[in-house]
Design a protein around this ligand. Structure first.
Ligand SMILES: [Zn+2]
Length: 283
């Protein structure tokens, strides 16, 4: 719940004991909140994702950075996704990369990831026999899903389209946050969609997945990890969170209640723009 209290002359951006003050307003939001767009924003009162959980872990490269903070909706979604894929196959464990710093903002590794609404996931991998392999690093994969290796060497691990589809499905059907994008390279995207179609998922789910899975259009095609962005939680829109790019899959009026007018303005400006145009925002 977000509450505003008028407070004239307050300093911008200060937080203490559950309330943040900015632009003359006191904001209390028990879920933490995101302010600004993903590439130039802040995170207030963010939640911390544990390094180890039931179905997820943060490998050492990322655990050492301390970018494991997000809005509650993001952290809950990661926890949910980890648990869900583990329920589907107890051998699976979700490897989580960076979310945001404790208070958001810039970091040396990313342009986005500033508002607690972006997260990177390591791909779920399998060996030649199809058994899950724990992934500890971001490895690049070719169009067939095989790990890209030096000439003369044979790939030992492969993109697991089944397990990665479980992850995608858990993300887009999660009950907490609405997913705006899952950035991933086109061939790997297709492997997952083909698997989903063959396994008989509903047309509606397939269409939603196709809409959400995107390859950024520049030199970073995301063939070594998935980058997931959630939409601004509704309370956070009131507090200055800004969505940028494709609009919600669900009807806006259901989600945003009285704020339709404001969002339609974004809609007009942004809905026709190809996500590739903004590839530099994504990293
Ligand atoms: Zn990322």
């Amino acid at each position: 719940m977000l509450r505003y209290l008028a407070l004239a002359g307050a300093m911008a951006g200060a937080c203490a004991s559950g309330a943040c003050i900015y632009d003359g307003l006191v904001v209390e939001d028990e879920n933490g909140f995101s302010r600004g767009p993903s590439r130039a924003g802040m995170l207030y009162e963010g939640a911390e994702l544990p390094v180890r959980g039931d179905g997820h872990w943060i490998p050492p490269t990322w655990a050492s950075r301390g970018l494991n903070f997000g809005v509650d909706e993001m952290v809950s979604t990661v926890v949910y996704a980890g648990r869900t894929i583990k329920l589907q196959d107890s051998r699976l464990e979700l490897g989580v990369g960076d979310i945001s710093r404790a208070h958001g903002g810039r970091s040396p590794w990313h342009r986005s990831h500033q508002t607690g609404r972006d997260v990177d996931f390591l791909f779920l991998l399998k060996d030649k026999a199809g058994n899950p392999v724990r992934n500890t690093q971001m490895r690049k994969h070719d169009a067939s899903g095989a790990e890209l290796v030096a000439k003369g060497k044979r790939p030992q691990v492969f993109f697991d389209e089944r397990a990665n589809w479980f992850l995608v499905e858990a993300l887009i059907t999660n009950p907490v946050a609405e997913i705006q994008y899952i950035f991933v390279q086109n061939d790997l995207r297709q492997l997952m969609l083909d698997y989903a179609a063959q396994s008989g998922v509903s047309q509606a789910l397939l269409e939603r997945a196709a809409q959400t899975l995107k390859q950024p259009g520049d030199s970073a095609p995301h063939n070594d990890h998935m980058h997931v962005r959630i939409y601004c939680p509704r309370d956070d829109v009131d507090a200055g969170c800004v969505d940028f790019g494709q609009m919600r899959w669900h009807k806006k009026d259901l989600k945003y209640g009285g704020r339709i007018e404001r969002l339609e303005r974004y809609d007009d400006v942004l809905s026709d723009i190809d996500v590739g145009t903004f590839a530099w925002l994504i990293r």
